[in-house]
Ligand binder design. Structure first.
Ligand code: WTA
Length: 628
């Protein structure tokens, strides 16, 4: 593969200009670096109003041939994945490209032997073990559409995702290790599967060895593998065939199954990975995300493997066995690029700096941040203690929907600016809009929008194209609307200011407030609820729930039950930090809950509520203020 990288600011700015003037030629040139069975006959077809986006039309490929087979010719013994287990006393595993290829092919044959074929949906609910990456790639090998569900989600959330995509196979594990905890994944999956009629087989990886119950559809992963060999030709896919579905929260109750396709996603994740992190051959790259999120899909698996990189997969958490674990792992594997989330940095920042300083971090060349705005304090701590003031920090803005990083600096190539994601990647046309949808120029603040497609934009919401249109393309016709606000400085750098809709980013996780309210409202003693975010010094944002009970209840007991209910319905990550029992919620005369006011109340900004006299029930404000 030709070096896809801009190593100088000059080549970067030239590429940017070329991409703006000749977008199709620009992307065709990049796509030419991959192996296609049949080249595309048209680079792009799009209409943001319908909306429809197609890239590399007529092109045929298999992404796993680009991520695996291709590297067997040049670097079969290169390490593809370094697996670092939760428990530091368990040995790390180094999986070479040739071993990974063999294990993926064998797993692909295991899926085929159990009835899987091209176009089927396969749900993956697994801990961060090498088999999770192998499962993802095995699906891609045979053209089955993977739907990875983060292993922290509850049985109800898992079942909803399986049913939405009508998955035919579930891949799971007996349990998962995460810090000092063992998560009973199989038990949760069993509960989910009581309401998932589409699942025909459940293949179970043995990881923790804990006792589990066994059902007629269950099969052991290791036993199934023994029945098949490791020869599995790749299914030839159309560029626009779906590669995977990944669910993300929205402003309404139902999660959105974002659909990514084979060709464009491959091109963009590889291109962005190499450029943003300035990866060089033999570097060891570590992204601490979970594969259950888009960051893990694009920047643990597909992007790095597509360029033949060595990618670290970590099973554990930053606090186990102590808050020095990240740095111990960086030193142990001589990590060169380290990519994590601001919430992790803020949590680590609270602990003594010796936990960082006692480890040799001299291998690190590049630091990255993702998932939410990084505040100045966390940025400077990261720069000083981890980067020793000599590593560029890339603050990468993107989304599940965008498939890859859209706004960022390129490490060491373009200027960084603390708390700013900085500039759109070459090929990305980002603009700011005012409330009416007019583009605004220069140093200003507005609504972030993208006005031209890029190859890894999600093509639809599984089974609901109308919703895709409404959420992303209707508010500002002619633009992709990501749901974030931003400001721009005089040098055209973007700083993302946060969500402009009812999604709250808690510890880097996207949480829609509506599904949490739905869960709270399920409680027999809750009449109505409203959930908003408020600033939190470690999580970035935390959740404050206002609930109206139906009878006199003990507020503490109700809060405890509600937290348990949210954990059960969605997952522990969605539990509100605060639950406030109220007699009423501020409403407009048309009955709409005034979330803007609740956000201020939850943030303690009692004096900047604005005019509340037009509310239907201004009296509730005083009561809420008194008690919060
Ligand atoms: C937020 C994660 C500021 C943003 C890759 C976006 C960020 C949402 C940044 C997507 C960043 C992500 N600076 N905000 N560098 N990165 N966000 O789908 O609000 O889990 O819309 O994708 O996270 O979250 P998602």
């Amino acid at each position: 593969m030709k070096d896809l990288v801009y190593r100088t600011a000059d080549s970067y700015y030239k590429a940017k200009q070329f991409a703006n003037e000749n977008p199709e030629a620009f992307w065709a040139d990049i796509a030419g670096n991959f192996e296609w069975h049949t080249p595309w006959d048209k680079v792009l077809e799009f209409d943001f109003l319908t909306p429809e986006v197609k890239w590399f039309l007529g092109g045929k490929l298999n992404i796993t041939e680009n991520c695996l087979d291709r590297h067997l010719k040049t670097q079969p013994n290169q390490t593809a994945i370094i697996f670092e287990p939760n428990d530091p006393s368990e040995a790390a595993q180094h999986i070479s490209y040739s071993e990974l290829h063999s294990r993926v092919c064998r797993a692909a044959n295991m899926l085929k032997a159990n009835g899987a074929k091209k176009g089927d949906r396969i749900c993956i609910y697994m801990p961060m073990t090498p088999e999770l990456a192998i499962a993802v790639l095995a699906c891609a090998r045979i053209g089955a559409i993977h739907s990875v569900v983060f292993a922290g989600f509850s049985a109800t959330a898992l079942a909803a995702r399986i049913n939405d995509a009508e998955c035919s196979i579930l891949l799971t594990s007996d349990g998962g290790f995460r810090g000092a905890k063992v998560t009973p994944l199989k038990e949760i999956a069993d509960e989910a599967l009581t309401s998932c009629p589409s699942i025909k087989n459940c293949i179970v990886l043995r990881r923790t060895g804990q006792d589990i119950s066994w059902n007629p559809i269950d099969l052991w992963w290791h036993e199934e593998l023994e029945k098949v060999n490791d020869v599995c030709p790749a299914e030839i896919m159309d560029s626009e065939d779906p590669l995977f579905i990944l669910y993300t929260s929205g402003s309404t109750g139902k999660p959105k199954g974002m659909v990514h396709t084979c060709g464009g996603y491959m091109v963009y994740t590889a291109y962005s990975f190499k450029n943003v992190f300035q990866y060089q051959k033999d570097d060891v790259y570590w992204c601490t995300a979970d594969i259950g999120w888009i960051t893990g899909h694009s920047y643990i698996i597909y992007g790095p493997l597509a360029v033949g990189a060595t990618t670290v997969m970590f099973e554990g958490v930053p606090s186990y066995p102590d808050y020095g674990r990240f740095w111990e792992v960086c030193a142990k594997h001589k990590v060169n690029q380290f990519y994590t989330a601001p919430t992790a940095i803020r949590a680590l920042q609270k602990h003594p700096t010796d936990l960082v300083e006692q480890h040799d971090l001299s291998s690190i060349k590049v630091l990255g941040s993702v998932g939410e705005p990084i505040n100045a304090e966390a940025w400077h701590w990261y720069d000083k203690y981890v980067g020793k003031h000599k590593c560029p920090i890339v603050d990468t803005w993107w989304q599940t929907e965008t498939g890859g990083i859209l706004i960022t600096s390129l490490a060491g190539v373009t200027p960084q600016k603390p708390t700013y994601a900085t500039l759109p990647m070459p090929g990305i046309q980002a603009v700011l809009l005012d409330n009416k949808g007019n583009e605004i120029e220069g140093e200003t603040e507005g609504i972030l929008a993208i006005k031209y497609p890029w190859p890894s934009i999600a093509r639809t919401i599984w089974g609901d194209h109308e919703r895709y249109k409404n959420v992303y393309f209707s508010a500002y016709p002619g633009y992709y609307f990501p749901g974030d606000g931003a400001l721009r400085d005089a040098e055209s750098n973007f700083r993302i200011t946060g969500r402009v809709d009812d999604v709250v980013i808690v510890s880097g996780h996207n949480l829609g407030t509506a599904p949490i309210e739905n869960a709270l409202n399920e409680h027999p003693h809750v009449v109505e609820s409203a959930v908003v975010g408020f600033p939190h010094d470690i999580k970035g944002n935390a959740l404050h729930a206002f609930v109206i009970p139906s009878t006199e209840v003990s507020a503490n007991k109700l809060a405890e039950e509600l937290r348990a209910l949210v954990a059960k319905t969605i997952g522990p990550i969605a539990k509100p930090d605060r639950i406030q029992v109220v007699r009423g919620l501020p409403k407009t005369r048309s009955g709409k809950i005034m979330r803007r006011i609740l956000r201020k109340l939850a943030s303690g900004e009692h004096d900047s509520l604005g005019d509340v006299s037009t509310l239907l029930n201004p009296e509730v404000i005083e009561e809420i203020k008194k008690n919060n």
